[in-house]
Write a new protein. Structure first.
Length: 372
């Protein structure tokens, strides 16, 4: 029993005790005053008090007590009736009257309570609905604003991309000119070569970042086809094997050869998986183990990419998939957001399990093409 229930029981007991005491006082008064005062209507007071405060059965009980008090005071204070049955008959009528009053009173109280509850529930539901609407409106407004900003950013990125192309072309031309000039004059181009290389790598980096922004902002509609993941993954992983060797990363593949096909846009899916592999490599700067697995899980294919790299802090894990969240000095924070979008648009889910210092596992669930 909790505190509120305890309190309510206490007040019920107190009210019933008060009603009983009042009934006794009225009984005594009735006895001593006899027919002179005729106070039987006052018995309604304790009866109604008990019914209102302590419920129907307490009301009946006090009503019965009042009837008894009236009956005994009437019989013992010396009143005379033509028939000895008359006081019993009067008492019965009084008791029935009390019963009806208690019944009506408690029924009224009951319906009043229900009405109150319904109003409270409806008000709470209305309040939640209003809050939800407000939240949705705000989210819509925010999405519209973000949409405009995103479109602007994509346009700017697009505008920068072309001049960057000609800058890198011109850098190549300058390099060639420089070499021709150096050959004819017999001087060295070593210092200029270093500068040119640096400029080229910066231009390359800007182009890559722009590429990621544009890819995220203008994701094309996916063109799906049934893809057999085992063959697809084997082929693509062979393609990245040299990069893994270079980074001293051992690759383990646990790919179920009987995995049924999935209906996906192969290029988008590979970009999504490649983002995860690239993050895994970043998390293992001194090399490590990368595991790519693909298994059947009910009506879904489960593809997971695990590394035994640095893992993530709780704070980092909480911000995963949020666009522009990055802990890397040269990161864009768009890789995971893009991956999640691709997976979601394919009707799948992506999750991450990570332990600081031990590694991370990203799992992608994709519905099988034909749920067999
Ligand atoms: P970026 O790679 O440009 O930083 P991502 O969206 O790909 O952007 O990743 C966001 C952040 O999530 C990373 O900066 C990194 O902190 C964290 N992260 C993602 N994958 C891993 C991983 N396998 N191990 C540790 N941290 C990771
Ligand atoms: Mg990344």
């Amino acid at each position: 029993m909790n505190r509120i229930e305890e309190r309510s029981l206490q007040s019920k007991v107190l009210a019933t005790a008060a009603a009983v005491a009042l009934a006794m006082v009225l009984g005594a008064l009735d006895y001593f005053t006899g027919r002179d005062w005729a106070i039987s209507a006052f018995y309604l007071l304790p009866t109604c008090l008990a019914a209102w405060m302590a419920g129907r059965w307490a009301g009946f009980a006090v009503g019965a007590l009042c009837t008894g008090a009236w009956f005994f005071s009437d019989v013992f204070n010396g009143a005379t009736y033509q028939s000895p049955l008359i006081p019993a008959w009067n008492a019965t009528m009084l008791f029935i009257f009390f019963l009806v009053v208690v019944w009506l009173l408690t029924a009224f109280q009951h319906s009043h309570y229900h009405l109150e509850q319904t109003v409270e529930q409806r008000t709470a539901a209305l309040r939640t609905e209003i809050e939800e609407r407000k939240r949705l409106e705000q989210a819509k407004l925010q999405a519209e604003r973000l949409g405009v900003v995103g479109a602007m950013a994509a346009q700017v990125a697009h505008e920068i991309r072309n001049p960057l192309g000609s800058i890198s072309l011109n850098l190549d031309l300058i390099g060639e000119e420089l070499h021709a000039f150096a050959n004819s004059s017999g001087s060295s181009t070593a210092e200029c070569d270093v500068l040119l290389r640096e400029m080229r790598s910066q231009v390359f980096r800007i182009r890559q970042v722009l590429q990621e922004y544009l890819r995220f902002a203008r994701m094309p509609k996916s063109e799906r086809a049934a893809v057999s993941l085992p063959a697809f993954l084997e082929e693509k992983l062979n393609f990245v094997q040299p990069l893994l060797d270079q980074k001293h990363v051992d690759l383990s593949r646990t790919i179920d050869p009987n995995l049924p096909p999935v209906q996906v846009d192969a290029e988008q899916l590979w970009e999504a998986i490649l983002n995860l592999i690239s993050n895994a490599l970043d998390a293992m700067p001194d090399g490590g183990n990368l595991t790519v697995s693909a298994q059947r899980h009910g009506a879904e294919a489960l593809v997971s990419i695990s590394d035994n790299g640095r893992g993530m802090t709780e704070e980092e894990a909480r911000h995963l998939f949020v666009p522009f969240f990055t802990t890397k000095s040269d990161g864009t924070g768009l890789g995971l957001a893009y991956t999640q979008r691709v997976v979601n648009e394919h009707g799948g889910k992506i999750n991450c399990a990570t332990a600081r210092g031990k590694g991370s596992t990203f799992s992608i669930q994709l519905p099988l093409a034909v749920a067999a």
